[in-house]
Design a protein around this ligand. Structure first.
Ligand code: PEP
Ligand code: MN
Length: 343
């Protein structure tokens, strides 16, 4: 339930109201919008009478929130959440964040060379999988812990923060020094993993499941937030449909819809969405024009020899070209291809 508080209340009056509901067993979430203070009540609000609450002079309006994702909902938190990753402000409506790198970390030379290339082209975050969720148990499973160490070496060489996928909560202790934890499409509804990762305290990028509805995605976001994590980035990466001409079907409508429903940053992964390298730049530009907060894109120094997802990986040269074109599309939504914004 959301209570819109009356204008002009004293801090002491607001505190008294918050305490009253907390004493009644509710969790509260107070936020200040441009025009009014808003008090969110989390708990079983069915026992509260809306008319009685409306009769209180300190309450302007009472809105029952039917959406079950209360922490993720914009109703509770009207302002955008900006996830600050070492000065890279993901979700700042003035910026468009580009996260780029190979599907998998394969060697020191590979990750450092791609890291330098994507940085030179203007990427702000380096991606690279160390633990890989592969459909076949016989495919390359990722370098594991050694891959994480190489990612950190690439961060040291370039200054780019790193994002990498966590597949099991057993791996969490290895992620202490990772800047953004990625939870992949296949694990979107691994609820135990969401609870553990949510409690870990690092920014998390959660990908939409292959066959998940937006509501299911938001409920998974809610798991992360209910575990105490306010720094969640949502990623649309394509869903399964009846057609198979592309690897998945990029659901661009998810971008404005999620941004309306939630206050969290929404990014697009055009690489896994289509699975075909030549299409990726156009989808990336479409994502920017649709108002996404950024993209997560695969770039490999030698796609033909990649151990994973070579067919959808951009060469560094094509990526550099995309970055040059992308600025104009981001500008359509009032964004710049963010310089690293240290504040
Ligand atoms: C990835 O980013 O490399 C990946 C495996 O993505 P997804 O979970 O979207 O398939
Ligand atoms: Mn991949």
């Amino acid at each position: 339930m959301v209570l819109v508080l009356s204008n002009g209340l004293q801090e002491t009056e607001i505190k008294a109201l918050v305490s009253r509901f907390e004493d009644e067993g509710f969790r509260t979430n107070l936020s200040y919008g441009a025009e009014a203070a808003i008090l969110g009540l989390i708990g079983d609000t069915s026992r509260l009478n809306e008319d009685t609450l409306r009769a209180l002079p300190c309450i302007e309006n009472v809105i029952r929130v039917s959406a079950p994702y209360k922490l993720a909902s914009r109703t509770f938190h009207p302002e955008n959440t900006i996830v600050d990753v070492n000065g890279v402000r993901v979700g700042d409506s003035r910026h468009f964040t580009v996260m780029a790198g190979p599907c998998s970390v394969e060697s020191e030379e590979q990750i450092i060379s791609v890291a330098k290339d994507v940085k030179r082209a203007g990427a702000q975050v380096l991606r690279g999988g160390a633990f890989k969720p592969r459909t076949s148990p016989y495919s390359f499973q990722g370098m594991g812990q050694a891959g994480l160490e190489l990612l950190k070496a690439a961060r040291k060489a370039t200054g780019l923060p790193v994002i990498t996928e966590l597949m099991s909560s057993n791996q969490l202790e290895l992620f202490e020094d990772i800047d953004i934890i990625q939870i992949g499409a296949r694990n979107m509804q691994n609820f135990d993993l969401l609870k553990e990762a949510g409690g870990f305290g690092k920014p998390i990028l959660l990908k939409r499941g292959l066959s998940s509805t937006i509501k299911e995605l938001l409920m998974s976001v809610e798991y992360l937030m209910a575990a105490g994590n306010a720094n969640v980035i949502i990623c649309e990466r394509g869903i399964r449909t009846f057609d198979s001409y592309t690897r998945n079907c990029l659901d661009l409508s998810a971008v404005p819809y999620l941004q309306k429903e939630t206050h969290l940053p929404v990014v697009v992964d055009p690489s896994h969405a289509c699975g075909i390298a030549w299409m990726v730049p156009r989808l990336a530009k479409a994502a920017a024009a649709a108002g996404a907060d950024g993209i997560l894109v695969e770039v490999h120094n030698n796609p033909a020899c990649a151990l994973c997802d070579g067919e959808q990986s951009l060469t560094p040269a094509v990526f550099a070209g995309l970055m040059r074109d992308l600025a104009a599309y981001a500008a359509l939504e009032g964004r710049t291809l963010g310089e690293r914004c240290l504040h």
